[in-house]
Design a protein around this ligand. Sequence first.
Ligand code: SF4
Ligand code: SF4
Length: 335
Amino acid sequence: MPLDDLFEEAGRQLTICNSCRYCAGYCPVWPALELRTALEQRDITHLANLCHDCGDCLSACMYAPPHQFAVDPPAVFAAVREDTYRRYVWPHRAPGPRGTGLAFAAACVVLALLARLFTGRWFTAGPTPGDPYEILPHVPLLIAVGVPSLWAAGVLGRAVLRYWHDIHGPFTDLVRPRVWLTTFTQAVQLRHMTGADAGCERPGRRGFHLVLLYGFGLCVLSTTAAAFAQNVLGAHPPYPWLSVPVISGGIGGVAVLVGGTGLWVRGGGSGFLWALLVLAATGMLTLLLRDTVVFGPLFLLHVAAVVVAFGTAPYSKFVHGIFRMLSIHHDNLER
Ligand code: SF4
Ligand code: SF4
C-alpha cells in the first residue's frame, strides 16, 4: 500500500477508535490516542511503535472485518512499524536472507585469511587450549568486531535522532534522567506487555521476551567483564569456569537459546531471532568445547556470526526495541 494511503487508512481506523474507546484499558496506545483530537503522521508513527501486537483489541472489536468499518489496529500498526524501520534507518538497503548468508560466508573467509596472516594457521587452536588470541590475535579480532559495531552504532544513532525529532521534537527531552528512569524500569520489565486494567498479555510471550532480554544483557555483561579483566586487571583468556565472564556468558547463552526458541515456537520468528540463536549456539559450543580440536572452527563461526549480526542489526528486528523505548519515553513525557 502506498505510504499516503497507509497513513490515511490508519487515521480512518483510529478516528473510529477515538470515538469508540472500548479498548481504553487494554494497553498504553489507547490513553495516548485519547490525548489527540487530530492525527498527524508523527502521531500515528508513535502510536504504532507503542503497540506490541498482542491482538486483543482486534479480538474485542465489534467493528473488525467483516464489519464495513474494517477496523484492524494490529495490522495497520504493524504496517506503519515496517515503514518506520525503513524510513528512519539510512542507508535503507537491507540484506535479504541470501545476502545475509553471503555476508556470513564472506566473514568466515576474511577471518580465516586474517588468522592465516597473523598466526600462520587456518583458524586452528594454538598450544594453549581455549586461548582465542592464539587463533586470531587481539588487535585484528578487535578490528573485525569493532568495524561492524561502529557502523551499527552510527546508523542506529542517526535513526534515534531522526525518529525522536519527528515524534517529539526537542532533543533536550532526551536528557531527562527521572523520566528515563521510569521508561527504563518499564522497558526492562516489559510492563507495556502486561496491558493495563483489562490486560492484553498473551500467555508465555512476555515471559520468553524477558528471558531473551535478560539473557542478551548477561552476554553483554560477559563481554564487558572480559574486557575489564583483560585491559584493567591484565588477566588474559581463557578465563576459569568460575569467573564472571564465563558464568554470565554461560547463563546468558542458555537464556537466549531458551527465550529465542520459545518465541520462535510461538510464531515470533524473524531474521534477528535466528541471528541471536546462531550467536548463542556457537558461543555456547565454543565455551563448552574450548579444550578440544574443534575450538578453532567454532570460534571462527562465532566471530563471523557476531560480525554479521552487528553489521545487519540496523536492518533487523533489533530496531523495534529502540523505537518502542523512544515511544514509551515520549508517552511518559506526555503524561
Ligand atoms: S479496536 Fe474496535 S473496540 Fe477497540 S477502540 Fe477501536 S473500534 Fe473500539
Ligand atoms: S498492544 Fe494489543 S491492544 Fe494495544 S493496540 Fe496493539 S494489538 Fe491492540
